[in-house]
Write a protein that binds this ligand. Sequence first.
Ligand code: FAD
Ligand code: NAI
Length: 468
Amino acid sequence: MAESTYDVVVIGGGPGGYVCAIRAAQLGFKVACVEKRPALGGTCLNVGCIPSKALLTASEKFEEAKHGLAKFGVKVGGVELDLPGMMKHKDEVVKSNTGGVEFLFKKNKIDWIKGAGTIVAKDTVSVDANGGTTLKATKAIIIATGSEVTPLPGIEIDEEKIVSSTGALTLAEVPKRLVVIGGGVIGLELGSVWGRLGAQVTVVEFLDRILPGMDGEVSKQMQRILAKQGMTFKLGAKVTGAKTTNTGVALTVEPAKGGDAETLEADAVLVAIGRRPHTQGLGLENVGVAMDDRGRVRIDHHFQTNVPGIYAIGDVVEGPMLAHKAEDEGVALAEILAGQAGHVNYDVIPGVVYTWPEVASVGKGEEDLKAAGVAYKAGKFPFTANGRARAINATEGFVKILADARTDKVLGVHMIGPNVSEMVAEVTLAMEFGASAEDIARTCHSHPTLSEVTKEAALAVDGRPLHM
Ligand code: FAD
Ligand code: NAI
C-alpha cells in the first residue's frame, strides 16, 4: 500500500473541504484532499446548489417566455419545453464548476486522492481506491464529509418515482402530479422548477407553516405567493405510507395531530424533509471522535474535535447546512492552523431561497427577538412602490429591517422580492460592521435600483420612508 505524508489531510471535497484545502495551501501547507465522488465540489456543485440553480434559472426563462414577456410588449409564439436541452445546460454548468475546482487544486498543488477515506489512527487516513493509500497527517486531519438526504421511514426512495433532491434534478419527464414531502428550502425550490415546467405541485408539510426557521411574516407571505402560482399546500400533515403503482405512487397522508387518513395520487414524489450529517464509514469510532445527540461531529470554537489534531467543518457539524457557512469555516480553520485568528460570525450568515420571487434573510427574525425579550423597531417597504421593480414587472414582496429599539443597530433583515439573493449582501456587510438602520438610510443608493427598497426600509425604521 502506497504511503504519503502531508501537513493537512482533508476528507471531503465539498465547499467546506475544497475551500479549506485551497486556503491551507495558500498558507504554505502541503495538502491532500480525499474525495470519493468522481468529481470535486461535493453536494453543492454536483447535486445541490449549482444544478438546482441552473434548473431554477432555466425554468424561470421558460415561464417568462410563456407568460411574462407579453407584458413587456414582446410577442413570442410556439414556446416549447426542451427538457433534455434544459438538463444539458444544467450538466454543463455542473461540469464547468467541478472542473474549475480540479483546476484550482492543480494550481495550488493540492493532491486529490480519489476514493473513500477512513480515519485509522489519530494521524492516519486510509483510502480504499487504487490498491489503497495511507495518508499521514503531521498537522491536521479535517473531516468535511458533509451531509446526506434524511430518509422518511416507510418510504423507499427509488430515485425514479420516489426521489430525493438528487433524483428531482434528473427526472426524464415532467410529472403531471408531483407531491413534495417537506415545505422547506429544497421542497419549494425544486417544487417551483417542476411547477413552472407544468407539474401540479402539492406540498405536504408536517408543521403548520412552510419555511420553518424563517421570519413568520416571510413564511406566510411566501405561501400566499406560491399558492397564487399554483402550488397547493397541505400543512400540519404527514405522509405515513407510499405504494408504487403502475401509473405512479399512492401516498397515505394523515393530519400531524392525528385524524382520518386520505390518499394522494402522484406521478412522482420528492422527499425533502431535511439532511443529516454524513459520517458512515469514516472510522470515527477507531479514534473515539465524539458526536452530539443529532449525529453531528462535536467541535470546539476552533473546529477541533475531542481528539487533538482532528477537526471538522461544514454540514457534518452544527449550524446551518449552507455552502457559504461551510466555506467560511474552511477558511477560518486553515487560518487557525497557520496560527492566525480565523473566525466565523454565526450571527451574520445569510440564507436564500431561490424561488421566484426570492427570499433572503440574515440575522434575527421577529419571533427570535420577541422570544429573547429584545425591544426592536421594524421598518418595512414594499417592492410595489419601487420604480425599478415596476419596470421589470416584479413588484411582489418587501424588505423588512429589524433594529434595536435603543441603539438602532440592525439585528435582522428579511426580504422577499426580485434578486434579493444579491441584495442581501449589502445588509450582511452592514451587519458585519455593526451598522445602524440610520447608516443604511444615509448611504447613497443608485437610482433606479431595487436596492432603494432597502434604503426605504431603513428610513421606515425611523418612520420616515420617502416614497410611501
Ligand atoms: P458536501 O458538499 O456534502 O461535501 C462532502 C463531500 O465529502 C462529498 O462530496 C462526499 O462525497 C465526500 N465524502 C463523504 N465521506 C467521504 C469519505 N469517507 N471519503 C471521501 N469523501 C467523502 N447551500 C447553499 O448555501 N445554497 C444553495 O443554494 C444550496 N442549494 C442546495 C440544493 C440542494 C438540492 C441540496 C441538496 C443542498 C443545497 N445546499 C445549498 C446545501 C449545500 O449543498 C451544503 O450546505 C454544502 O454542500 C455543504 O458543504 P460540505 O463541504 O460540508 O459538504
Ligand atoms: P429543510 O430543513 O429546509 O426542510 C424540511 C422540511 O420538512 C421542514 O419544513 C420540516 O418541517 C418538514 N418535515 C420534516 N419531516 C417531515 C415529515 N415527516 N412530513 C412532512 N414534512 C416534514 O430541509 P430540506 O428542504 O430537505 O433541505 C436540506 C438542507 O439543504 C437545508 O438545511 C438547507 O439549508 C439546505 N439547502 C439550502 C438551499 C439554499 O440555501 N437555497 C437550497 C436547498 C437546500
